[in-house]
Design a protein around this ligand. Structure first.
Ligand code: HEM
Length: 414
């Protein structure tokens, strides 16, 4: 066993400045391909990648989540007391609620269908406008669709503001600037409104809606979640569904760069659309990494990890590791044609078993929405005006084409 290395220099600033480019730089300097040591937020930290690292990281006797998430992330992206911060039986029990709402193929199908309907009626309107920003337009479509599907009331007059608030939560979690403060204010507004919605729902008859599942969910002590905590978890369904807008925007980017991908999507081949969705999730930068705290002194591949260290699983790095993905910087949906991605290989939404650990319960929803909307986007008649900046900075978390992909829609393609 090699002696563990205690780097002295804190690299938090490097991470903040370099964003998605930080990990690749660290890997280049690391003597080991799947584990590296550094310091972050004043703590010893290790970075891990690879399927073996996924299994190691998602073993609860190795890594726990409680206390690991920095306050700015809880105050914006996830909310206080969210499932992301729980461990053990409390986590398992809370997860049941999400699995019931998000892993049922009928419910997932209904959400994709609703999103398709809202997209189709919005597309008719896009054709009357000089330009449409794909990111903003998709966020409005998904905001409307997920509220209808979850049976959460949303006045049409509040749609634009709510879509902007839901995307602000994601946009502002990894920065200290104005985007961050916008996210905090958005969270305050959304949580207040949704706590009221939960109370109202509880005053009526129980039902089988996603709102109903959250409103009636009981903790391990048999008590209902407080309205505020239930609002946090309802937002943990609404917010990430609307965040699929990032990937739809990346789809617009991909179809512009590689127009030959449009035809198989236009044909409506669902197998191809699913492969396209997987490749979008693998290729484009979104969730950079996930992290927790070492429960005790640990050993990974003969390397010592001291108890209390921060342990980070490098999502973006693993999704671009040439040992798993030949020619990883080539966008190629064919990688996934006719095959399911390996559980611990493709990890844009975490790894392991979603029933056992923290892996995202929303992957089926993400893939269903993306495949449905990618087909519609490919069928839309549009031009991509040349006077926009489509570059994607890897320093900005979350990344997005700078212009958010502006389209001049000339026909709905219907
Ligand atoms: C957890 C990514 C969509 C609900 C996660 C995690 C990641 C992630 C990286 C953390 C995994 C971990 O901590 O180990 C994404 C991405 C999405 C997406 C990139 C695409 C936009 C969704 C959707 C939903 C959802 C559509 C629900 C409708 C959740 C929840 C958790 C979670 C509730 C917490 C799970 C837990 O702690 O057990 N997601 N997600 N996500 N995601 Fe997603």
């Amino acid at each position: 066993m090699s002696v563990h290395r205690h780097p002295l220099v804190d690299d938090s600033l490097g991470l903040a400045v370099q964003g998605y480019s930080w990990f690749p730089g660290r890997w280049r300097r690391s003597p080991d391909p799947d584990i590296m040591h550094t310091r972050l937020m004043g703590k010893h930290a290790v970075g891990l990648r690879g399927p073996e690292a996924v299994r190691f990281f998602y073993d609860e006797s190795h890594v726990r989540r409680h206390g690991a998430l920095p306050e700015p992330v809880r105050g914006t992206l996830f909310g206080y007391g969210a499932i992301h911060t729980l461990d053990g039986i409390e986590h398992r029990n809370r997860k049941l609620m999400f699995l019931a709402g998000l892993k049922d193929p009928h419910r997932v199908g209904r959400l994709a269908e609703r999103a398709g309907q809202v997209w189709d009626s919005a597309a008719a309107d896009w054709a009357t406008q000089p330009r449409v920003v794909l990111f903003d337009a998709t966020a409005r479509v998904l905001t409307r669709a997920v509220h209808d599907w979850a049976e959460v009331p949303l006045d049409p007059a509040d749609l634009d503001r709510t879509a902007a608030d839901l995307t602000a939560l994601v946009d502002g979690f990894a920065t200290g600037g104005p985007r961050h403060w916008r996210a905090r204010r958005a969270r305050g507004r959304l949580e207040r409104r949704l706590a009221g919605v939960i109370e109202q729902h509880r005053a009526g008859e129980p039902d089988d809606s996603v709102l109903g599942l959250v409103a009636r969910h009981t903790e391990t002590d048999g008590r209902l979640l407080t309205p505020e905590r239930a609002a946090v978890e309802l937002l943990n369904v609404l917010r990430p569904t609307v965040a699929v807008s990032w990937f739809v925007t990346f789809a617009g980017h991909a179809l512009h760069r590689w127009p030959e991908l449009r035809d198989p999507l236009r044909d409506g081949d669902l197998g191809y659309a699913v492969a396209f969705a997987h490749e979008l999730r693998r290729f484009y930068p979104f969730a950079p990494f996930v992290g927790g705290t070492a429960v005790r002194d640990l050993t990974f591949q003969d390397e010592h990890i001291p108890s209390g260290s921060l342990v980070l699983l490098d999502i973006y790095g693993q999704n671009h590791d040439s040992r798993l993905w030949p020619d990883p910087y080539r966008f190629d949906p064919d990688r996934f044609l006719g095959r399911e991605p390996g559980r611990d290989e493709l990890i844009p939404q975490g790894g392991g078993d979603p029933r056992e650990g923290h892996r995202c319960p929303g992957e089926d929803v993400t893939v269903a929405l993306l495949s449905t909307l990618a087909i519609r986007l490919a069928r839309l008649d549009y031009e991509v005006p040349g006077d926009q900046d489509l570059s994607i900075s890897l320093r900005r978390i979350p990344a997005l084409p700078r212009s958010r992909v502006e389209l001049r829609v000339t026909g709905t393609g219907a």
